[in-house]
Design a protein around this ligand. Structure first.
Ligand SMILES: NC(=O)c1ccc[n+]([C@@H]2O[C@H](COP(=O)([O-])OP(=O)(O)OC[C@H]3O[C@@H](n4cnc5c(N)ncnc54)[C@H](OP(=O)(O)O)[C@@H]3O)[C@@H](O)[C@H]2O)c1
Length: 269
């Protein structure tokens, strides 16, 4: 199998896991020569056999059902921890996508790379243990991902906003909604930077209710946002109240503001 000439890191022999997911779709575009495998073509919970040696692995496959992880933590661990172990065993440097949910949300200002993680729920625990499987590579912590494909908040709000006059949306969790296209482009920059943990999220911050209001405004939908509390929503998994991330590292990729990401996303829907 030939995936281009490996004249610099990321230029050839790149394996992409989780290519069927929303970040996977954006990474396929940013790394057009990559060997992009969706779950049916490469299940990371099985030992991975390739007929070539990858020079880099973009590991976007994960158990991402935050509430489902509370009900079946072992299954989340199998994908996020054992799956990452299998990926790391290929021997190539790994770009591992991690999450703001490794933090407890008690901090009142953005979390930086040197802050200690303390996940509140099973998903965050599994992603944090997954980070520890990556001995060589980049741990890219991002947050509140959205794109023009897959399951995400923007697509859910567009659907609900077209069906209803009002939606109830949580207004006491604050984060940085990040467009997958911007995260995928930043990944290209990141692989030229030193390995280790990097926080890579959009500029700006919002609550889910503020984000929903912006989605309806940008999409021209007449739907009222009724702010509610996390407690009122009553989801099974605890989530951090504040999980804005920023990088304290020199040369960290800077992403556009989330509102710009939202506009780009909407042009593709
Ligand atoms: N979504 C967010 O808000 C967010 C925030 C921060 C970090 N992240 C991280 O960013 C990465 C990408 O997330 P995403 O939003 O693109 O999630 P996603 O759309 O759910 O994509 C994840 C993909 O992984 C696949 N997958 C699940 N189990 C697998 C397995 N055993 N083997 C191979 N593939 C498997 C899924 O396939 P199926 O659909 O067939 O299960 C899905 O296509 C993940 O590491 C996630 O933890 C996400």
């Amino acid at each position: 199998m030939e995936h281009g000439q490996p004249d610099s890191l990321g230029a050839g022999h790149v394996l992409l896991t989780g290519a069927g997911g929303q970040l996977g779709a954006a990474l396929r575009e940013a790394f057009p020569g990559a060997d992009a495998r969706a779950r049916a073509e490469l299940d990371v919970t099985e030992p991975i056999a390739l007929d070539y040696t990858p020079e880099l692995v973009l590991h976007a496959a994960a158990w991402t059902d935050v509430d489902g992880a509370e009900a079946d933590e072992a299954a989340a661990m199998r994908v996020n921890v054992e799956g990452t172990r299998n990926v790391a065993a290929l021997g190539a440097p790994v770009v591992y996508y991690s999450t703001d949910y490794v933090f407890d949300g008690e901090k009142q200002e953005p979390y930086v790379e040197s802050d200690g993680p303390a996940p509140l729920g099973a998903y965050g625990r599994s992603k944090l243990l997954g980070e520890r499987e990556v001995a060589d590579g980049w741990i890219v912590r991002s947050s509140w991902l959205f794109g023009s494909t897959g399951h995400n908040f923007v697509r859910s709000m567009l659907r609900l906003g077209a069906e209803r006059d009002e939606v109830r949306v949580v207004d006491d969790q604050r984060g940085a909604p990040t467009y997958v296209g911007h995260l995928a482009s930043a990944t290209r920059e990141l692989i030229a930077l030193p390995r280790g943990v990097w926080h890579v999220v959009a500029e700006g911050e919002a609550t889910w209710a503020e984000f929903a209001t912006a989605i309806f405004a940008e999409a021209g939908l007449e739907c009222r946002v009724v702010p509610i509390s996390t407690e009122e929503l009553g989801r099974p998994a605890p989530r951090p109240a504040y999980s804005v991330l920023r990088s304290e590292r020199e040369g960290a990729p800077r992403l556009p503001h989330w509102r710009e990401g939202l506009r780009e996303c909407l042009t593709r829907l």
